[in-house]
Design a protein around this ligand. Structure first.
Ligand SMILES: [Zn+2]
Length: 272
């Protein structure tokens, strides 16, 4: 299981988890070390697996020892390292997501209830406003989310990140955290692995590369020069020529960057 998927499980679980939650390997302590989880004291209860009928029992502290009472076996000691409890640090997760996506307009407190605004991420074609809601598995979750979003200025493109569930919500695309990002357990770095624009359903204007405000003019200009046999062989030299022609034709427009011109030249030569 990936670190992000594990974090999803922990968030979806809703409360504290113990150090040996889900098998007890070191994924959880690594997530805690990197700040995705914080220590939240000691578990309030455990499941007794010492007797025949598994039951939950409150954790008690007696005679300098942690333990629980089993109706069959009496007081049973508990290993304190197994009792360390962790909770997801949602504000920190929102911070890291916001940073990794290069978001503006991040909100440092929740919008309302458990809904957070990660911020506006600039994608190829438009800005996408990203939100986070821990679980979207029930109608109640959907209501909470709608309630929170009603307080927000309406953005044209929105995407809701969640840790569990994919309840279809009209007009609100959703994505699971582990499908949007991955977490490196060694460094703690969070990396975005999917395009929020695509996930939000934005039409892709220019699949070949970043769009440029100059594309509408540069493309025909460059293609025209190729057709007319006016283009020179070297990309750098041709970019210089294109720049001069552009400047002469459109004296009032800002001159496109050399890299943008070269990108369009390469694109035209590839025939894409
Ligand atoms: Zn028992």
């Amino acid at each position: 299981m990936s670190a992000a998927a594990r974090l999803c499980d922990i968030i979806a679980q809703g409360g504290k988890v113990s150090a040996d939650f889900d098998g007890g390997d070191d994924g959880l302590t690594a997530l805690a070390r990197h700040g995705y989880l914080r220590e939240a004291g000691v578990l309030a209860s455990v499941v007794c697996d010492e007797c025949d009928a598994p039951h939950s029992a409150p954790v008690v502290y007696e005679a300098d020892e942690y333990g629980h009472y089993c109706p069959d076996l009496g007081f049973l000691k508990l290993d304190p390292t197994r009792l360390a409890a962790f909770s997801p640090d949602v504000p920190k997760l929102i911070d890291r997501l916001s940073e990794a996506l290069g978001c503006r307009q991040r909100k440092s407190s929740s919008v309302y209830g458990e809904t957070w605004r990660i911020g506006a991420a600039q994608t190829e074609a438009a800005a996408v406003m990203l939100y986070f809601h821990p679980t979207l598995a029930t109608e109640e979750n959907a209501r909470e989310l709608h309630h929170a979003l009603a307080r927000e200025a309406r953005s044209e493109w929105r995407l809701v990140v969640t840790a569990q569930g994919a309840l279809p919500i009209a007009g609100l695309p959703t994505v699971r955290l582990d499908e949007l990002a991955e977490i490196n357990l060694t460094t703690g770095a969070l990396r975005v692995i999917a395009d929020p624009g695509v996930l939000a359903g934005l039409p892709r204007k220019n699949p070949g590369g970043r769009p440029s405000v100059h594309g509408d003019v540069l493309r025909p200009l460059i293609e025209g020069r190729i057709r007319d046999g006016a283009a020179v062989v070297g990309v750098n030299a041709e970019a210089g020529e294109v720049r001069d022609v552009f400047e002469a034709l459109f004296p009032n427009r800002p001159i496109p960057s050399a890299s943008a011109i070269k990108r369009y030249i390469r694109e035209a030569r590839r025939g894409s």
